[in-house]
Design a protein around this ligand. Structure first.
Ligand code: IZC
Ligand code: ZN
Length: 411
């Protein structure tokens, strides 16, 4: 059969395999093919081989001996927001802690004011530009959290932006409802009422209108307690929104233990995750979604990624793109930091930013690996090997981006 697309002359094809997150030794056991080729039909991978190509194709791309991987999957972003927080830079550089800025009405609450003030069209336009940049950098699938509205109207505005963009540009988006990102200033003295609104009004509406797949919460000192987190996440699950949780970012108050207890799909950050948290996540089948660029930007320590892998917890790596704790959308940079600061191997990090990331957002059956039947989301790198993309850093090493079999970016 004639293929629609053939990518030939691939110097190294590097991919994780399977449709479920990989943990332990398996996280680093990837497939490497030399002198490889891939064919595509109907947007899906039709065949993968090495050596002589026997298949004819309508369109042929010469990979010129370079590296090909699956498209990157960014499993944790706060994608849609108004404004930026560059005015907080001086405070940060003077060592004012992240949670102090938030307690003073800045941080997340400053972005809430800007997001409430922005129109849906403005947010769409701004976010489309962000996604275009992400795509150039190799991100072909991306999670997007709400959480800068903190009221029904603006949370829905953010979720609508994701819905619209999912239909109008190539990066596939997975939506997470996160009204439990902070307690809004108007409910500072009445947090129970805000929690009631999330549980009784927002979650049912978001679920009914299929505006999100997951529900996330910021379980942190001064934000939401583990008890509140349990209550909100279990309520969300009843409506079909599976739980995710921002845990142990700044203080280890029990978020990772809770994640495992309720078998959350993923726990995010985990910078100060204690051994009990790792054990709980291993038992509960929770994926650790680690955000190394955030540790870098906050001047914090780094999550115990190796301990997690050793304990059988699958590790994903994501950008955490957001206007405060890491205004960086480059997942390649987060992968570099993961390699150097977590001391993970390039193979473990590749799995973390493709297959395990896809599993963390429920799409490992169709993206995250280069295998027959999976979606043809592929990157041709300006690099001869997997090691090279970790050895070099700081510039964009992605040459060509293919989404569902179509070339969507090419240098
Ligand atoms: O806007 O600061 N940690 N949420 C939890 C964030 C960082 C995003 C922000
Ligand atoms: Zn986050």
């Amino acid at each position: 059969m004639k293929a629609e697309l053939l990518i030939k002359n691939i110097g190294m094809l590097a991919t994780a395999t399977g449709s479920a997150a990989k943990a332990g030794n398996e996280q680093g056991e990837i497939t490497i093919l030399k002198d490889a080729w891939v064919t595509v039909n109907d947007g899906n991978i039709a065949a993968v081989g090495t050596g002589e190509v026997a298949v004819e194709a309508d369109k042929v791309i010469d990979a010129k001996g370079q590296l090909v991987t699956a498209g990157l999957v960014d499993a944790h972003t706060h994608l849609v927001f108004g404004g930026w927080r560059a005015d907080e830079l001086a405070l940060k550089l003077h060592g004012v802690p992240y949670l102090d800025i938030l307690a003073q009405g800045g941080g997340i609450l400053s972005t809430v004011r800007s997001t409430r003030a922005a129109s849906e069209d403005e947010l769409c336009e701004k976010t489309a530009a962000v996604l275009d940049e992400m795509l150039s950098l190799g991100t072909t699938t991306c999670e997007a959290k709400s959480g800068y509205g903190l009221n029904m109207e603006t949370e829905l505005k953010q979720l609508n932006v994701v819905k619209r963009l999912n239909e109008s540009q190539p990066v596939e988006l997975v939506s997470t409802f996160m009204a439990a990102h902070a307690v809004p200033q108007e409910y500072k003295e009445n947090r129970e009422e805000y929690i009631r609104q999330i549980i009784e009004e927002m979650i049912p509406y978001v679920a009914e209108h299929k505006l999100a797949k997951y529900c996330d919460i910021f379980c942190e000192t001064g934000v939401f307690t583990p008890e509140e987190s349990r209550k909100i996440l279990l309520a969300a699950r009843q409506y079909g929104l599976e739980p995710k949780i921002h845990a142990d970012e700044i203080d280890p108050i029990g978020g990772s233990q809770l994640a495992g207890e309720i078998s959350a799909v993923s726990a995010e950050h985990l910078i100060v995750c204690p051994p009990e948290g790792i054990e709980s996540m291993a038992k509960g089948g929770t994926i650790a979604c680690l955000l190394p660029a955030t540790s870098f930007y906050l001047g914090a320590t780094f999550a115990p990624a190796k301990d997690m892998i050793a304990a059988g917890v699958p590790v994903a790596v994501a950008s955490d793109f957001n206007p405060g704790s890491t205004p960086n959308l480059n997942l390649q940079l987060a992968m570099n930091i993961a390699c150097f600061k977590y001391r993970l191997t390039p193979e473990q990090v590749l799995t973390a930013a493709t297959l395990n990331a896809a599993a963390a957002i429920g799409c490992a059956d169709k993206v995250g690996t280069i295998e027959v039947g999976k979606q043809a989301d592929l990157l041709i790198w300006n690099a001869p090997s997997l090691n090279y993309i970790f050895y070099r850093y700081g510039n964009n090493l992605v040459d060509t981006v293919i989404k569902k079999g179509e070339v969507v970016k090419s240098k």
